[in-house]
Design a protein around this ligand. Structure first.
Ligand SMILES: [Zn+2]
Length: 302
């Protein structure tokens, strides 16, 4: 694992049933949670690290460990439509509440049987997406986990997690990985990638994906300064390459090179565009409008 050595040492000492890993997306929270689950189940850890050789560790490496369950918000509903809002509903927690058969595995039912190795570990990736009934359904198990199970709740923002879960968990803050450590582990990264990543190791590991977005955004920001038709075709290219998780961030990052008042206007326009996309406005109109607003922010007329 890259970075987080101090946190690994803390987690290796952790004895709480339930813990929260709080930190920005792409910072390494999921990798840490998996590492922790691997360590808990390793037959013969070496210091604070899983051995990598035992049957349990080999299951982890193959991605087929029977004692780890990752729960995350579903993007699609059972009817195949994109979910309007991402939540982890009670139907993911308990089979008896899953009348629509939306989920293959349910947390409470999964916890009914003992671990194949040592500890079953439930990783809730997106704890703030647990709605109230889902969180309440989990509470008893979080308090007294059956068969010595463990819970790891991952969140960007602790204030979004239901307080009854927070109060029953030990909190760990996952900090950005310092650039020197990133450079040591992943040498020869373009400075702009490191600057964008700001310690989020996941983005450095996906440097090519970030670089492609930077190129797309750079041509958009160049085109909006010029001819209107060029601006529209750059907006069109941006639409085609748009990634909800990454593109708005990359655009905001590139906008830092703009003078202050223009930056503020552009930022507002981007926020509105993202909101419109979430409301399923026609993407083509949203991106054309964004191009016009970026021009307006810069004071380019027409
Ligand atoms: Zn092992």
């Amino acid at each position: 694992m890259i970075g987080h050595q101090k946190l690994q040492r803390q987690l290796a000492q952790n004895e709480a049933h339930s813990l929260i890993l709080e930190g920005t997306a792409q910072i390494g929270r999921r990798v840490l949670a998996q590492w922790y689950a691997q360590l808990l189940n390793c037959k013969s850890p070496v210091g604070n690290q899983p051995c990598g050789l035992c049957v349990s560790c080999r299951n982890f490496a193959a991605g087929t460990h029977p004692d780890v369950l990752v729960v995350s918000p579903k993007e699609e509903t059972s009817t195949g439509k994109k979910a309007r809002s991402s939540i982890i509903p009670i139907s993911a927690i308990s089979a008896s509440h899953d009348t629509g058969k939306d989920h293959e595995i349910h947390v409470l039912d999964w916890l009914e049987t003992a671990a194949r190795y040592r500890h079953k570990v439930v990783i809730v990736d997106g704890a703030s997406f647990l709605n109230e009934s889902a969180a309440n359904a989990l509470l008893k198990s979080v308090e007294e986990p059956p068969h010595a199970a463990r819970f790891v709740f991952i969140t960007e923002d602790i204030s979004g997690v239901i307080p009854t879960i927070v109060s029953r968990s030990v909190r760990y803050r996952v900090a950005p990985v310092p650039d020197v450590e990133l450079e040591r582990a992943l040498p020869e990264q373009p400075p702009r990638i490191l600057e964008f990543a700001a310690g989020r190791v996941g983005w450095v590991l996906q440097a090519e994906r970030v670089a492609a977005q930077l190129a797309l955004v750079d041509s958009l920001l160049l085109a909006v300064k010029g001819d209107l038709m060029d601006a529209f075709s750059a907006a069109d290219a941006f639409e085609k390459g748009f990634e909800r998780e990454l593109s708005p961030q990359v655009l905001r990052f590139a906008l830092r090179a703009w003078p202050m008042p223009a930056q503020v206007g552009a930022d507002t326009a981007l926020t509105r565009a993202v909101e419109a996309l979430e409301r399923y406005a026609t993407p083509n109109l949203v991106f054309s409008h964004l191009a016009l607003e970026l021009r307006a922010a810069l004071g380019v007329s027409g």
